[in-house]
Design a protein around this ligand. Structure first.
Ligand code: C5P
Length: 398
């Protein structure tokens, strides 16, 4: 029996991979635009954005986990429900309300036990890594063109493969290693040829003047983010597939452990993340007075300058986080990397259609290499991993 989960008749694995590719392309453009379109003294706080993403993602995951709690929990009816129709008729409206409240309490109790399970601490490691990574992404997007950021960030495919082999003891065939190298090559070709045109596709070309960029800072941030992406992604996969715990419960745990590290930069040093912190804007004027130490003052600073594009960035990141979790569950981290590398091509195509960019021979060649590498990596994958999406596959790690 084919137990592969499907959406609109297509395996969820492919739907989520395609959607993730589109989300990645959109995020690089929107995040870059949101950071670069305003002068430095009007930038929204990246630390607050990271916190909001975690809160929103955690809340959505909690709702899904609550909805699913009966599916994977005990299926026996609670005692007060067993002869409900007769009892409810007897007790009327009040009885009905009491029964519903009892049901909710019972479900919440079961969910609480799952979320605070003895092994929940394992999620603290990817949670901290992801918070660092999400902050680094903002630094990179503020200092590199969208295209350069997007292409350089693809190096996370190699760090992911490395950690998959080291932590998951995953064995990659020679063909898969070759396709990984080909992918890096394809990405490199796209990057070299995209140079100037890429910056325009990234939406940065006409906006670079609004905010100064520091390529070395951006490059350092993106390389560190590649490292955390590989490690956190593979670690999350290891925890997820090493137990029968529900994906959405794991996501709630991840968000819960993210809250404290996400709050630290806001509360410890609000001025360094605040819009008034840029040294360039105050070079000729007296230094700004230190922000109010009160919680109210910190919150005011933290939520200043949130433009519609900032909120759109946050929503796109939330979508990306949820999709990433689904992809890691139903496919794996390396396949996720291939999907996101396709997003470069997607972003370029959007640039061609929307901004009239012309595809160069280098781009077509690089994109072709990426597509062939993706196809080679995927060959035979479907048959071998059959059933992995059923939720019953448990990989044992020692
Ligand atoms: O760049 P990368 O693919 O590593 O980014 C993954 C993103 O997905 C991060 O922003 C991370 O916070 C998010 N994520 C999530 N839930 C998971 C796994 C990743 O929100 N279970």
């Amino acid at each position: 029996i084919d137990t592969t989960p499907r959406l609109f008749g297509m395996p969820l694995k492919y739907v989520s991979l395609i959607t993730l590719a589109i989300q990645n392309a959109a995020l690089a453009l929107i995040m870059h635009y949101s950071r670069i379109s305003t002068p430095p003294d009007k930038k929204y706080s990246a630390a607050t954005a990271v916190l909001l993403v975690e809160l929103l993602k955690g809340s959505i995951s909690f709702c899904i986990a609550y909805h699913r709690v009966d599916e994977h929990g005990a299926r026996t009816q609670p005692p007060q429900q067993q002869n409900f129709p007769r009892k409810a008729a007897k007790e009327g409206f009040l009885g009905d309300v009491c029964r519903r409240v009892g049901c909710v309490t019972e479900r919440l109790g079961r969910l609480r036990r799952e979320v605070f399970s003895p092994d929940c601490w394992k999620l603290s490691i990817p949670a901290i890594l992801y918070v660092i990574q999400n902050n680094l992404q903002y630094i990179a997007a503020s200092n590199l063109s969208a295209a350069t950021f997007q292409v350089t960030y693809q190096m996370k495919i190699l760090t992911t493969a490395f950690f998959s082999v080291v932590l998951l003891r995953r064995q990659l065939s020679r063909a898969k290693w070759a396709s990984l190298c080909a992918l890096a090559l394809g990405v490199g070709i796209v990057q070299i040829q995209s140079g100037d045109a890429g910056a325009k596709v990234g939406g940065g070309g006409m906006l670079e003047g609004a905010s100064e960029m520091h390529p070395l800072t951006g490059l350092t941030a993106v390389l560190c983010a590649c490292f955390t992406s590989g490690l956190a992604g593979v670690y999350f996969e290891m925890v997820l597939k090493g137990s029968h715990a529900d994906l959405w419960v794991r996501n709630v745990q991840l968000s819960l452990f993210s809250i404290v590290p996400a709050l630290v930069p806001i509360f410890v040093s609000p001025s360094s993340f605040s819009p008034s912190s840029s040294p360039s804007t105050h070079s000729s004027s007296p230094p700004p007075s230190p922000p109010s130490p009160s919680t109210h003052g910190i919150l005011q600073t933290a939520f200043a300058n949130f433009t519609p594009s900032a909120y759109l960035t946050i929503l796109t990141q939330v979508l990306g986080g949820l999709l990433t979790a689904i992809v890691i569950k139903h496919a794996d981290n390396i396949l996720k990397g291939f999907a996101t590398s396709l997003s470069i091509i997607l972003a370029f195509l959007v640039g061609m259609l929307a901004f009239g960019e012309r595809a160069t021979a280098g781009f077509v060649g690089g994109a072709g290499v990426v597509l062939v590498a993706t196809w080679v990596y995927n060959r035979g994958e479907g048959a071998r991993r059959e059933g992995s999406g059923s939720g019953r596959e448990v990989v044992v790690f020692d």
